[in-house]
Design a protein around this ligand. Structure first.
Ligand SMILES: Cc1cc2nc3c(=O)[nH]c(=O)nc-3n(C[C@H](O)[C@H](O)[C@H](O)COP(=O)(O)O)c2cc1C
Length: 185
């Protein structure tokens, strides 16, 4: 049983990564395997928008997206985590979401039984960012009661670590996701 986290922040020691680490640590205590993919460490180029995916066997963009999507499809649960950048997901996360279009056009199914969302902002834009991620998740067929959301405020490096309630919410998210995966077995 595995939870995969996809992280859209380029700050590897930043707030989003910190909260994701908390969630994964908690999930692993319940004997769930975990993996984190920080998108900034890979090449995930933007969608080319030719809108003809269905006629190709593989995406025309030759980069790391396809193996990330392989892992995504194999996971039992996923966490999508991003900082708010200009009132929405980071560019890294948006590119990842858009590239999912190829799988959508090929009717490729997911086996996700739990989904987590983690969003961090300095001040403004959390609602719009959550809306974007929830719309994306809708297409993954995840059940409503298996979607776990954490959002909160942090700015500088290390802020999330000092925000104890937010940290606890992230840990809870990891625990709840792991428990819900175990319930379903
Ligand atoms: C390019 C950029 C755009 C940002 N836009 C917003 C924004 O629209 N609203 C906001 O509240 N914070 C904004 N922020 C602040 C980040 O969301 C905030 O610092 C967050 O804690 C960063 O998370 P990280 O440490 O995981 O990278 C922006 C930061 C950057 C670098």
């Amino acid at each position: 049983m595995k939870i995969l986290a996809i992280v859209g922040s380029p700050r590897l020691k930043g707030n989003t990564n910190y909260l994701v680490d908390q969630a994964l640590e908690e999930a692993s205590k319940l004997a769930v395997d975990t993996e984190k993919i920080a998108l900034s460490q890979y090449e995930v180029n933007p969608c080319l928008g030719h809108d003809d995916c269905a006629s190709f066997e593989s995406c025309l963009q030759k980069d790391d997206a396809s193996w990330i999507f392989d892992r995504f499809r194999e996971a039992d649960g996923v966490i999508l985590a991003t900082p708010v950048y200009y009132y929405n997901v980071s560019a890294q996360m948006k590119a990842f979401i858009d590239r999912n279009y190829f799988l959508y056009m090929h009717d490729q199914k997911y086996k996700l039984r739990a989904v987590g969302i983690i969003v961090v902002a300095d001040e403004i834009g959390i609602e719009d960012t959550l809306h974007t991620l929830k719309q994306f998740i809708n297409e993954l067929d995840a059940k409503e009661d298996r979607i776990f959301v954490v959002s909160g405020y942090a700015t500088k490096l290390g802020d999330a670590k000092k925000n104890l309630p937010l940290m606890e919410e992230a840990r809870n998210l990891g625990r709840q996701m792991a428990e819900s995966l175990k319930e379903g077995t």
